[in-house]
Design a protein around this ligand. Structure first.
Ligand code: PMP
Length: 433
């Protein structure tokens, strides 16, 4: 027995090399901290209000409505009713023909859509340009595919008139962006509206990116999961609709964000067959298939939205209106206590400057942890308010430069937002008294 157990003990490294350096993930720590300590959780990006009735009713109908085949596998690359309605929707949005069978693929959330993109399109040695700050999984996903991330920052240009900063004040430097493109560049990742800043890229900015993609024959992975959450009458422009871009763009979306059901994990990719055929290979040989009932319900949700497109009863219109009010409320509340908000043009996130609160939260001098990590951890443990450090959305080399901000999610019930605001007001009073 003894010799057998000695033999059974493995001494070789078990971890695949491609996981080196990406095995630590801040979400694990922050989700746990929020679950343990938070009285108001404005951290992770999910709504705490109910999903729309028409969608949950569609789910219940799919579950027990008599079509027992909805409990079985459906088409691997997407349940036919869902890919059909997504194709109809995107034909309208992109102003071109979209074939449900070859130009749309359904995935397990936008996460799996992104994973398929990187695995299918990025090779060993390829460079992938990522605009900072970025949704954090892009970097490890590029690395797992063998690629090298190349970062280019959105640079803040503070307004001179004493107004609050807007996410539109964070801009790419055109020359800096152009300098990142080379013959090694395979793709650029675009996320508009952007998590965490809420920046909605303008037509001009997208035009610049498109021009560089065409010039250098580069692909665009466009993460548009917040496509419906754009405020103040601004317009979300889809880069795939710009000249020369359809053929080189994959557009990623999420029912979780679109219909406030992040737990359902239904996402999709829309793009040309010449790209999607390779994503299908990854999907087929990894996940293969997504839950049929959730796809059926999301299909019905989209059918409703297609009928009500642009009308006041549309959920997309209503959710956006409600979230804009929540944004305005949180902006006012943060501004009132001196935690200066950067007003987001889109998404349900808001980044705020913590400089005026720093004296209460000493940094650890010897630690290489960015200051905002320490601040966010202290805040949830001592004040019960959960938020996410902005530096989590930067590459390792640049984290230190952005340690003065935290990100709040405002897709929350009024009571949650009020609780957060009360905590901050009390904190502010304690500081001044
Ligand atoms: N992209 C971005 C920019 C996101 O913020 C998120 C979710 N936080 C996702 C993709 C993943 O979406 P899903 O939940 O549909 O997998």
């Amino acid at each position: 027995f003894l010799s057998l157990s000695l033999q059974a003990k493995m001494s070789r490294p078990v971890q695949a090399q491609r996981l080196e350096g990406i095995d630590k993930n801040f979400w694990v720590d922050f989700v746990k901290l929020a679950a343990t300590y938070s009285k108001a959780n404005l951290g992770q990006g999910f709504p705490d209000f109910p999903a729309p009735d028409f969608l949950t009713e569609a789910f219940t109908r799919a579950l027990s409505g008599g079509n027992h085949m909805l409990h079985q596998y459906t088409r691997a690359f997407g349940h036919p009713p869902l890919v059909k309605v997504l194709a109809q929707f995107f034909e309208k949005l992109l102003g071109r023909d979209v074939d449900p069978m070859t130009n749309v693929m359904v995935t397990v959330g936008a996460y799996q859509a992104l994973f398929c993109c990187f695995q299918a399109l990025v090779d060993e040695g390829d460079e992938v340009i990522i605009i900072e700050p970025f949704f954090d999984c892009y970097e490890p996903m590029v690395k797992m595919a063998g690629g090298t991330p190349v970062f280019v920052p959105l640079r803040p240009n503070p307004p001179k008139d004493g107004k609050l900063m807007s996410s539109a004040d964070w801009r790419l430097d055109p020359a800096e962006l152009a300098s990142k493109f080379s013959e090694r560049t395979k793709a650029i990742v675009l996320n508009s509206p952007n998590n965490p800043l809420g920046k909605v890229f303008s037509r001009g900015e997208l035009g610049l990116i498109a021009e560089l993609c065409v010039k250098h024959d580069v692909l665009c992975i466009s993460d548009e999961v917040y496509e419906w959450l754009v405020y103040d009458g601004k317009q979300h422009v889809r880069i795939a609709s710009l000249q020369g871009m359809w053929d080189r763009t994959v557009t990623v979306g999420s029912a979780g964000k679109t219909f406030s059901v992040t737990g359902w994990k239904v996402g999709w990719v829309v793009g040309p067959d010449r790209l999607l055929q390779h994503l299908r290979t990854v999907h087929q040989n990894s996940v293969y298939h997504c839950a049929t009932i959730a796809q059926e319900a999301v299909a019905q949700g989209f059918q409703r939205e297609l009928m009500l497109y642009g009308k006041p009863e549309s959920y997309f219109v209503q959710l956006c209106k409600e979230l804009q009010q929540k944004r305005d409320w949180l902006v006012q509340s943060l501004d009132g206590v001196g935690m200066k908000p950067i007003v987001p043009e889109g998404t349900y996130f808001l980044v705020a400057d913590i400089s005026q609160f720093k004296s209460d939260v000493p940094g650890v001098p010897s630690s290489d942890e960015p200051y905002d990590y320490r601040f966010a951890e202290w805040m949830v443990k001592n004040k019960g308010l959960a938020a996410i450090p902005l530096s989590a959305f930067y590459s390792k080399a640049h984290k230190k430069n952005y340690g003065n901000f935290i990100r709040f999610c405002f897709a929350k019930e009024e009571a949650t937002l009020k609780a957060a605001s009360d905590i901050l007001q009390k904190w502010k009073q304690e500081k001044t008294s």
